[in-house]
Design a protein around this ligand. Structure first.
Ligand SMILES: Cc1cc2nc3c(=O)[nH]c(=O)nc-3n(C[C@H](O)[C@H](O)[C@H](O)COP(=O)(O)O)c2cc1C
Length: 189
């Protein structure tokens, strides 16, 4: 049974909604085990992130999907502490040949989200992972359209801070990414 772990950081819940949509997509592939793992500030002490339960779960997963809001054109600092804490795993190449994918949410239509996804992809490449992008043509640019932000490296979502929920197109884009990751993991394992 392939397993997909979705590890993410979120403050006001938008990135969490994207993570939940990725999970929904992964669960739609029969027999996939799906875990949602949240990075929280309480696990960062003196600038260092540590949570052995999350690390163990990631080490056991066949696929890892990384998700963070875009802050100042890159990952949120809290998520970076998690990424850096996994440097020891990199040293052992413990995630080599796992499937990898990513998503990000930000307030701006661009907001430099691509830089966040590229950073997450480079991290996965350093770990020797196998990257899965969104695939699929953008349906259009309005909020109900799938892949309306035309992102292929990973799923992008955008909403204004006065919008409590992400839009239907961005949500569907994330569902598709989750399904694609689970299908890739099933083929890969
Ligand atoms: C410190 C900070 C920096 C931010 N930088 C950007 C940015 O570079 N581009 C952008 O579009 N939005 C930016 N935002 C808005 C965030 O992307 C937005 O608050 C976040 O995606 C909300 O996610 P959440 O609801 O999961 O916490 C920034 C927000 C904060 C707090």
């Amino acid at each position: 049974m392939p397993s997909v772990a979705i590890v993410y950081f979120s403050v006001s819940g938008h990135t969490q909604q994207v993570a939940e949509a990725v999970a929904e997509g992964a669960k739609s592939v029969h027999g996939t085990d799906v875990l949602l793992l949240r990075i929280v500030g309480e696990d960062i002490v003196n600038g260092r992130w540590k949570n052995d339960a999350i690390t163990d779960a990631l080490n056991s997963a066949d696929a890892i999907v990384f998700g963070t809001p875009t802050y100042m054109g890159g990952y949120a600092a809290q998520f970076k502490t998690f990424i850096d804490a996994c440097g020891g795993i990199w040293h052992q190449q413990g995630w080599k040949d796992k499937i990898g994918a990513a998503f990000t949410h930000s307030q701006g239509l661009s907001g430099d989200k691509l830089n966040t996804l590229v950073g997450l992809m480079i991290n996965a490449m350093q770990h020797g992972m196998v990257w899965v992008g969104t695939s699929g043509m953008p349906e259009g640019a309005t909020p109900e359209k799938t892949n309306r932000l035309s992102s292929y490296t990973g799923a992008m979502a955008q909403s204004n801070m006065d919008q409590p929920n992400i839009g239907p197109g961005d949500r569907h884009t994330a569902v598709i990414l989750g399904k694609r990751v689970a299908e890739a993991a099933a083929r890969w394992v």
